[in-house]
Design a protein around this ligand. Sequence first.
Ligand code: DGL
Length: 276
Amino acid sequence: MTTSAPAGAARPIGIFDSGIGGLTVARAVAQRLPHERLVYFGDTAHLPYGEKSTAAIQAYAVKICDVLLRQHCKLILIACNSASAAAYELVREYVGSKAVVVGMIDPVVAHVGQQYAGRPVGLIGTKQTVGSNIYRKKIDQLDQGVDLHALATPLLIPMIEEGFFNGRVSEEIIRSYLDHPALQGIDALLLACTHFPLIKPEMEAYYQGRVTVLDPSDVVAATVAEQLATRQLLAPAIEVAPAHHFYVSDFTRSFEESTRIFFGQEVQLEHYPLWE
Ligand code: DGL
């Protein structure tokens, strides 16, 4: 998978996640920056990250960064909340000046600080993301009076992966989580897991306009665009569509079939084992 190095702006954007959930973020990036070539890495051999220790996620993240750096990525986007919670600082240190690093947390925290100062905001995510308390720490550092109410909602992830959404089963599970006392009295709900944009309409239906449901993908994609623009690293406009690559550390046909629900179109997954 080693390629000769293209210059600056022509280098691809690297995106990684524990699996294929991060394709919701890759999709937002591809829509905002249609000329950029994407190299996506889904660590399907080690998912779910939401149930892993910080040390394990950090070890996987470093390995994946090696792969993306060998592909000469100019920016590495950690399109996974659990990995951003566990490994963002380490990845930044590890990658150094070789690539820009963007995670899921800082762009969204800044957005919440601007839009919801002095107001109660809910957050749902994996056990790793919620247990790390990283959103609360960063939101508190802003000192904007945002009162964060966080709840781990792990069952939503396999539910979505198994295609149980927009139906009776998902409606019942979503209702039991959103009825939880921890999430009462909020003005907005932050979807701090890359799978959750797929059930945003169901959450909006539950709230009937009382609570704004925040999908961070567009905010994160906007940050990627800003970071590249600031460094004059935006890819030049081209007429042909860029040839993206989608790698997974463990290939199954079922992962490939599920790419459609996350990316909006089925994509071909290439097998790239992390440890050989
Ligand atoms: N992509 C992960 C996240 O955003 C959820 C899936 C997992 O637990 O690996 O936290």
